[in-house]
Design a protein around this ligand. Structure first.
Ligand code: PLP
Length: 966
């Protein structure tokens, strides 16, 4: 029998074989007693064979009779070849001698048993992570690398999937697409793609390829579901090597939220293994479009000839989605974007000439609209006329013209609470004239005037210059201009764009993901105005991250593997250099929100006036100490001012030791209190220090973590923690080591912001005082109104500590900490000498502290924490009814944690899942991080100014991630 030729074949309905027949074939031809369960396939009949115990034995593949024995032998040989050459789990033929049995039913079929690869595929159209995207690209690259040395007579066949025949197949099958609009779109896109590919065809390397490395045909490993296995060699053929990658890239586009830019990690990974040549780079995206077109026409065709094949019919909308996404970005733009991602971009030649007279060119002022521009302070970009106002300011200062920056990501084009990144990057520039300004042709070319649109274009060999806006054209257009001829006079704001030769329409603003691709289509108009070339796209964090790792000790870790570069904050939002805005759910320190202008002004005023130290006599340190003491109940009336939480806890320990003359400290297990020598000693959170439990000095004694959700005593049983912990204090006394103090967070931070069991602190404070020690409340995180109902979290427990430590919120990010205690305890420090902290309580720090307290009160932030916090809890509790991964929500006010579990009974922590969910949340515009010893709690401690709308955005995005995957 000759090899398959799609153009000669009549159709490929799946062999109609039942599960009973399949089990019989396994027994008769392969001596296997197994249960057979049908698996979906577009062309063959596949059955999972399993033992009576349900363990998989292999996959029985009954090939479509259209394929010859040689073709099946080639597929088995290729699988074995890859298996030997690469670390890829491969679906090889596992019967003795890789046997292929010929079976007689109504027709003759070839059957074989293929290795079953455990782990599941990426068949669903749910979200795929960048790591999975990269892994599938890597798999495709390694498959090509291995198969480059493979050959077999059975690979010379003519498949509809071989992109070398792609256009012909589309032409043959397009008639099956009943929807005329879809059919026309597919035909047009395929023809445009083919035009590019045909010119490159002779330069595209050819080899044997798998031809179908798609989500359905890769198998994943581990809880991270990283594709590392390959099945279904049914489309093995000789073709262009780059087709292997095009097929894989196209398949990714079916997944939730995937778009051309999301596939770049796959292309980068492929290129790292099997570098793409020039022609391959140019052909890749057109081939992706062609493959997408093929999927649409073949899907419709297959569904029409095989109406019973659910597998084929259910994929039709997926295929259409792939096509729409593949063709959404122009080929040239995507190719340039791919080149940029691979570091092989064509260098752009600047386009030169003179567009305005020299006198005007002299006085042009550039208006910076980037996220880093000073003019953006105080949320200026949110005013609708921000760009106009800044230009007017520049002109008022005497500029001949004001212009914006080509290729700049503009904060004025950013938007908060968006789940897609906004189009921020300018592909041209605006110009506002300060005095009458005539534009002249920088080169000879033909002039077009669009009166209605207020646009003049000059097309010349270098490109097309377009000016649009408040412009009076010099002539009606349709004529030729010589260099220096007037094109028009500008009397208001105009937009200038310089498109390179042969480039069609380019949007004024494009999304950062495609900015490199779009900017390759245009030139910088700046030099035509006598300005230097613009700096180009701002670093989005990659370059900075490399510098950081060289200069900044790496143990100071950073969020995310690929952190965006954040250079501005505003209220509960953080903004990247690409103009992308993120909702900040983690910055508990910035209670007032980011960039608070009242605080900034107060600090600046004080800096200009005086900053010295607390040995001098000035008002602010006294006023701040009085204000702080006034927030606390009697007898807590005496204040020490320091610079951080670690310092305040450290000082509290020293005060307790000085007061009691003892050295032993009792602390709660799994807590964090700081990094100084003493606070590190009492911290046993293994998230911060994996060796924390084994390296405690002998003076530190821990009591069990009073975790009512997953600790030893749960729910109502949590009342047992206090008596057990009290007995530890009593034992210490009995052993002759009475403690100097018991230290504890009054709301349990490291467990995810959990309230302590009722009565816990009452019992513990009572016990430590009965032993002659002191009670220290670490309010570093939880104080200052964050819990909503209480300003100090110890109030929730109905106790008054002897020493209160606070920091973080006190300074809204300015280094500020305090210890507040009784006069007697404060005076005991005299035995250590006297206390001085150079910057603690400085005039600037004191003014910060006072202003923060003022704003918390005047803006009602504690009340906001209570109402918005309650709203979030209610909404997450609703999510929990639909998403079993939500174990519970801890916390109060805006001190919360969503604990994620794999099983609500065993409470197995969903650790990998929590990290992946945080990554995807960032992609969707929310900064949230894992916390806790098990890193399975989503920490939610946003700035206390967070609005209900922002809270809803957070919950909506969480819902989306939990629904569509991470
Ligand atoms: C409860 C608690 N105490 C103390 C500290 C240490 O504070 P700082 O980082 O300001 O030194 C922290 C910091 O996270 C904390 O959460």
């Amino acid at each position: 029998m000759t090899s398959f030729d799609f153009f000669e074949a009549t159709g490929l309905p799946v062999p109609a074989i039942t599960e009973e027949q399949a089990a019989r074939i396994a027994a008769t031809h392969f001596g296997l007693s197994a249960m057979a369960t049908a698996l979906g396939s577009q062309q063959d009949a596949n059955f999972l064979l399993s033992s009576d115990a349900g363990d998989p034995i292999g996959v029985l593949k009954i090939a479509n009779p259209a394929f010859s024995l040689a073709e099946l032998q080639a597929q088995d040989a290729a699988a074995a070849f890859i298996d030997a050459a690469e670390e890829i789990r491969t679906a090889t033929n596992i019967s003795e001698g890789a046997r292929i049995a010929e079976i007689d039913l109504e027709a003759k079929f070839f059957a074989r048993i293929i290795r079953f690869l455990p782990g599941g595929t990426l068949s669903e159209d749910t979200y795929v992570r960048p790591a999975q995207v990269a892994a599938i690209g890597d798999l495709a690259g390694r498959t090509c690398r291995a198969l480059a040395a493979f050959d077999h007579p059975g690979v010379d066949r003519i498949l509809q999937w071989d992109l070398r025949h792609g256009m012909r197949t589309v032409e043959v099958l397009a008639g099956h697409v009943a929807d005329q609009h879809r059919r026309a779109a597919v035909e047009a896109a395929a023809a445009a793609a083919w035009q590019v590919v045909a010119d490159l065809a002779d330069d595209l390397p050819v080899q044997v390829i798998h031809g179908d490395i798609t989500g359905d045909n890769v198998v994943c490993a581990g809880s991270a579901a990283i594709p590392d296995g390959l099945i279904d060699f049914g489309d093995l053929t000789r073709s262009w090597t780059v087709s292997e990658l095009a097929v894989t890239v196209a398949t990714l586009l079916r997944h939730e939220g995937c778009e051309p830019a999301t596939t770049l990690p796959a292309i980068q990974a492929f290129h790292a293994v099997r570098p793409l040549g020039h022609a391959e780079l140019e052909a890749l995206w057109p081939l992706v479009i062609l493959r997408a077109a093929l999927l649409v026409v073949s899907g419709v065709h297959q569904a029409s000839i095989d109406a019973d094949n659910d597998y084929a019919s259910s994929s039709l909308e997926d295929e259409w989605r792939i096509f729409q996404r593949a063709s959404a970005i122009p080929i040239d733009v995507m190719t340039a974007q791919i080149r940029s991602a691979l570091g092989v971009a064509h260098p752009a030649e600047p386009i030169t000439g003179r567009f305005i007279d020299d006198a005007a060119a002299g006085g042009i002022v550039v208006v910076d609209l980037s996220p880093e521009a000073d003019a953006m302070d105080g949320g200026a970009w949110l005013e609708p006329d921000c760009e106009e106002r800044l230009a007017a300011d520049a002109l008022a200062a005497g500029a001949s013209a004001a212009v914006t920056v080509f290729g700049q990501a503009r904060l004025t084009r950013s938007s908060t609470l968006r789940d897609a990144s906004p189009a921020t990057v300018a592909t041209g520039m605006e110009l506002w004239p300060g005095r009458p300004l005539t534009l002249v042709a920088p080169w000879p070319g033909s002039v077009t005037v669009d009166e209605a649109g207020g646009a003049v274009t000059l097309a010349g060999p270098a490109g097309t210059l377009e000016v649009r806006g408040a412009l009076h054209p010099s002539g009606a257009g349709g004529h030729r201009a010589e260099a220096g001829d007037a094109l028009g006079s500008v009397n208001g704001r105009v937009w200038i764009q310089l498109r390179r030769h042969g480039v069609g329409q380019v949007p004024q603003f494009v999304r950062p993901e495609y900015a490199a691709g779009w900017l390759a289509q245009v030139g910088d108009p700046g030099p035509l105005l006598g300005l230097p070339l613009a700096a180009g796209l701002a670093d989005n964090g990659v370059a900075l991250r490399q510098r950081r790792s060289r200069a900044f000790a790496e143990v100071q870790e950073h969020y995310y593997d690929h952190p965006p570069r954040i250079e501005r904050g505003w209220r509960e939002h953080l903004i990247g250099t690409d103009g992308r805005s993120y909702l900040d759910m983690v910055n508990n320190v910035a209670v007032l929100g980011h960039g608070h202008p009242v605080l900034a002004d107060a600090v600046a005023r004080q800096w200009r006036r005086l900053n010295t130290n607390s040995r001098f006599n000035y008002g602010s340190v006294v006023a701040f100490s009085e204000r702080l003491a006034a927030t606390l109940p009697d007898p807590l009336d005496t204040v020490f001012l320091v610079n951080s939480g670690s310092e305040s806890d450290d000082l509290a320990l020293r005060l307790a030791m000085a007061t009691t003359g003892r050295h032993d400290i009792v602390a709660v297990a799994e807590a964090y209190h700081g990094w100084t020598y003493a606070t590190d000693a009492i911290s046993t959170s293994i998230a911060d220090n994996p060796n924390a439990l084994s390296t405690r000095p002998s003076w530190v004694h821990t009591v069990p973590s009073p975790n009512a959700y997953r600790g030893e005593h749960r729910g109502l049983d949590a009342s047992k923690y206090a008596p057990e912990a009290v007995s530890i204090i009593e034992d210490l006394v009995a052993q002759g080591h009475p403690p100097a103090a018991f230290i504890c967070e009054p709301f349990y931070g490291n467990a995810g912001g959990m309230a302590l069991p009722d009565g816990y602190l009452k019992a513990m404070y009572g016990a430590v005082r009965a032993a002659g020690g002191l009670a220290i409340a670490d309010e570093v995180q939880v104080g200052y109104g964050r819990t909503g109902r209480w300003f100090w979290a110890f109030e929730q427990q109905g106790v008054v500590p002897d020493i209160v430590c606070v920091a973080k919120a006190m300074g809204n990010g300015q280094p500020l900490g305090a210890v507040i205690t009784t006069k007697a305890i404060a005076d005991a420090y005299r035995s250590c000498g006297y206390f001085f902290s150079s910057a603690g309580g400085s005039p600037v720090s004191s003014v910060v502290g006072l202003t923060v307290l003022d704003i918390i009160a005047s803006e009602g932030l504690q009340e906001n924490a209570a109402t918005v916090g309650d709203h979030i809890v209610a909404r997450i509790n609703e999510l929990a009814t639909r998403h079993p991964i939500i174990g519970t929500v801890h916390g109060s006010g805006l001190y919360m944690g969503v604990e994620l579990v794999r099983d609500r009974t065993t409470l197995e922590p969903a650790v990998v899942e929590t990290a992946a969910i945080c990554e995807r949340m960032r992609e969707l515009g929310v900064i949230v991080q894992p916390t806790g010893d098990r890193q399975n709690v989503l920490k939610m401690k946003p700035p206390m100014c967070i609005t209900r709308e922002s809270a809803d955005f957070f919950v909506d995005m969480l819902d989306r991630v939990l629904t569509t995957g991470w």
